[in-house]
Design a protein around this ligand. Structure first.
Ligand SMILES: [Fe+2]
Length: 286
């Protein structure tokens, strides 16, 4: 089964969003949609998500799911806004309460904020199967970048989230709260045990200047060429490389706004008495 996969690239955050379907006039899932956010003005926009809507309408697709691979730290999610426009249910990995619990403390969120995943319509269990219209999908647990990361397998396509990047870019960082380079290594081995021609669709690309961003790779290509984790690299070597590299990375520009919105399934924080929503900046906390 080879589903139709339509990618959308967000150049502001280097994020790939996908719509996966069985073709025109069928059901679809939207994966990792982006809500535009301007940190200078604190203003959100829906230009990126509108491109997804335009495609869904042109293809006469019915949105059954809006899927998140994890609580992203580099872009705000448009899941809630898209659900309002197109319907569908917002799904995420079942360990998201772990992430919500950590960040509820860091952001000292309102006591009524439930760290139980109830902001999402569905929490997926490991290996859970579900339908996207006539397509069969399966959830793969791929912790490491965060403790709650999942990948979605739909036919020969796997949406890998922040695990693997293109072979010349490598792998996702593992230094966020609850991250683990050991866990990421094992998660990647799980993904790379799939058939060699499995299509892997990545959540990001950070290309060198001499090539355009790419969204798709394969198990075979990653096993042969991934600079961090190709076949033959033992776990200890990967963990040492990943740990050293992560220590040199700055926090993503949008981590503070992103997390606060994304652990609410893409909803802005509840407005205060004046009707305005506020984001918090915890000082000296990250
Ligand atoms: Fe991420």
């Amino acid at each position: 089964m080879q589903p139709t996969v339509q990618p959308f690239f967000d150049p502001a955050t280097w994020t790939w969003t996908y719509v996966v379907s069985a073709g025109e006039g069928t059901a679809c899932a939207i994966i990792d949609p982006v809500l535009d956010y301007d940190p200078k003005s604190g203003r959100t926009r829906t230009d990126a998500a509108q491109k997804v809507i335009d495609y869904v309408r042109a293809q006469r697709l019915s949105v059954q799911w809006v899927l998140e691979t994890h609580a992203h730290a580099d872009h705000l999610s448009a899941a809630a806004w898209l659900r309002g426009q197109l319907g569908g249910r917002i799904g995420i990995g079942g360990r998201i309460p772990v992430v919500q619990g950590v960040f509820k403390k860091i952001f000292h969120l309102e006591p009524s904020f439930p760290a139980d995943g109830s902001q999402f319509d569905h929490l997926f269990a490991d290996d859970e199967t579900f339908a996207i219209g006539e397509l069969q999908a399966r959830v793969l647990s791929v912790p490491g970048h965060t403790p709650a990361c999942v990948a979605y397998q739909v036919g020969d396509a796997v949406f890998v989230g922040d695990t693997l990047f293109p072979p010349d870019v490598g792998t996702a960082r593992c230094d966020f709260p609850g991250g683990s380079a050991q866990a990421l290594y094992q998660s990647v081995r799980t993904l790379l045990a799939l058939p060699g021609d499995t299509r892997l669709f990545m959540c990001h690309d950070y290309p060198p200047t001499d090539r355009a961003p790419r969204c798709e790779t394969s198990v075979d290509e990653q096993r042969a060429h991934n600079i961090h984790i190709h076949d033959g690299i033992p776990e200890e070597q990967f963990v040492a490389m990943r740990t050293k590299r992560d220590a040199s990375l700055q926090m993503p520009v949008l981590i503070l706004p992103s997390i606060q919105v994304n652990i609410r399934a893409g909803q802005l924080p509840p407005p205060e008495a004046n009707g305005v929503s506020y984001l918090k900046i915890p000082l000296n906390a990250l």
